[in-house]
Write a protein that binds this ligand. Structure first.
Ligand SMILES: C[S@@+](CC[C@H](N)C(=O)[O-])C[C@H]1O[C@@H](n2cnc3c(N)ncnc32)[C@H](O)[C@@H]1O
Length: 448
């Protein structure tokens, strides 16, 4: 599964006061959100409810009209793990250290996998001790653990001191280590009752999961009441499968490279034309979900599990089969004209080379080439908007076009494009997200 990494970008300051004011007025009125807000007088009713979504299990539905840019979910993941080093035993270990009510809520999440026992679980012979040690050695994970107790699922409040505010938007859900069993037709299993993992391997890993090991390696032992969980083979399999079905990338493009499960965000179903965007705020530790377009009362809130902007229906289907369903959104309807997505792909490929040259500060580009790129990027933005793709990827396109405009002294146009890009970015992330802060503070276009 690909992790979508967009280009490094600096963002500029200036002319954004309205956006900021609007964002500051935002309320977090998710039913699951218990944070305090000052402006509660505007809260009418919860923005959404959880209910049955035909053919999809549960889903989240707007219980009132929702404005573009509204924050709908803000939650701390129940636990987080390094994305590149997520061992099955670590998933089970983290689960065992949850509070009982968190465990119950976690086990209520849906679970799907198309993988056979051996390919799915690659629990190696590494003991938990070694795994814990490896986790704490990884530099990105170090910032995650420092000042927090990973077993109790707390997040750090710091950014880790990196100056690299690259805008690296990941895809939304992660099924790392999985390989789809292509010979098997996708079957939707909303709950896993039987183990589908290699139970022997997993049991071995579980035996190594002891508090002694944790203490020996300097990781805080959890409270006694967090380990009173009797772990069976089938429970372990369920825990791992739930992680693989529901974990979101927590890479916010700045310091972290992790994944986590949010109990509310996990109820979001997929659409190839998503109306919400799931992000991670490394400063606050919250996973956030914001509306990227107006949503009418009764509509389902859907995020995109994959970045399908430049992908054909069959390509998207192949990727989504990892979650065991065939998408039935408008973009996937039979007979739907696919030329829009095809054109998006063509333009994305076309601008890629120029984008890299510009990022590297290449002076070799002619004015004509840059003008052509501006045109291509504007066409790309139009195509994406026409397809209903209004998430932060679109902001990237606007910022790219703005940058090109500055290079050929079309300053007014650059300003307008950047304002549009910033607006889109805010809609997806919210002003409190460091990505928006970086966009405001970089001021690169002002200096160009
Ligand atoms: C992260 S969960 C989403 C919430 C889930 N529906 C539930 O009941 O908890 C992912 C699972 O939801 C279902 N799902 C998500 N999007 C879907 C869609 N567009 N069509 C059908 N099923 C979908 C699939 O079973 C998938 O494995």
């Amino acid at each position: 599964m690909g992790v979508v990494q967009t280009e490094k970008k600096k963002r500029r300051r200036g002319g954004k006061k309205e956006h900021i004011k609007r964002q500051r007025r935002q309320k977090c009125d998710s039913p699951d959100d218990d944070t305090e807000t000052d402006d509660t007088e505007d809260v009418e009713m919860p923005a959404f409810e959880t209910r049955s979504a035909e053919g999809k299990g549960l889903g989240l539905f707007a219980s009132r009209d929702i404005m573009a840019g509204e924050r709908l979910i803000q939650e701390i993941p129940v636990f987080i793990l390094p994305k590149t080093d997520t061992m099955n035993a670590a998933i089970v270990e983290s689960f065992m250290h949850l509070q009982p009510e968190q465990r119950a809520a976690y086990l209520d999440l849906s679970s799907y996998t198309t993988c056979t026992a051996k390919t799915q679980f690659r629990v190696d012979e590494t003991s938990m001790a070694e795994q814990v040690d490896r986790r704490s050695r990884a530099s990105d994970v170090q910032s995650l653990i420092s000042g927090s107790d990973i077993h109790n699922c707390r997040f750090p409040n710091s950014l880790g001191g990196s100056d690299d505010h690259s805008f690296k938007k990941p895809y939304k859900l992660e099924l790392s280590e999985l390989e789809a069993t292509k010979s098997k037709p996708p079957v939707h299993e909303s709950r896993i009752d039987s183990p589908v993992c290699d139970v022997e391997d997993l049991t071995k890993a579980l035996q190594a999961t002891t508090i002694d090991v944790d203490v020996e390696h300097g990781v805080d032992a959890p409270d006694d009441n967090t380990v009173d969980c009797e772990m069976t083979d089938s429970l372990a399999a369920q825990v791992v499968n739930i992680w693989r079905t529901n974990s979101y990338m927590l890479d916010d493009g700045i310091t972290l490279d992790s994944a986590g499960v949010g109990l509310t965000a996990s109820r979001l179903n997929h659409s190839c034309i998503p109306n919400v965007y799931s992000a991670y705020n490394s400063r606050t530790g919250y996973m956030t979900v914001q509306a990227v377009k107006p949503i009418a009362a009764g509509d389902e809130l859907c995020t995109a599990y994959i970045n399908g902007a430049g992908k054909s229906r069959s390509e998207r289907r192949a990727e989504l089969s990892m979650w065991g369903f065939t998408c039935t959104c408008i973009a996937c309807a039979d007979g739907r004209d696919e030329s829009g997505r095809r054109d998006i792909k063509t333009l994305m490929n076309k601008v890629e080379g120029v984008k890299t040259q510009i990022q590297q500060g290449s002076a070799d580009l002619s004015v004509a080439q840059i003008e052509q790129t501006v045109g291509d990027l504007l066409d790309l933005a139009t195509l994406m908007s026409d397809e209903g793709l209004l998430g932060p990827d679109l902001a990237d396109v606007c910022f790219g076009a703005a940058r090109c405009c500055m290079l050929i002294d079309r300053r007014e146009e650059a300003g307008a494009l950047q304002a549009s890009g910033f607006d889109i970015l805010l809609r997806g992330y919210g002003i409190d997200n460091p990505i928006c802060g970086a966009a405001l503070e970089a001021g690169d276009l002002d200096e160009a």
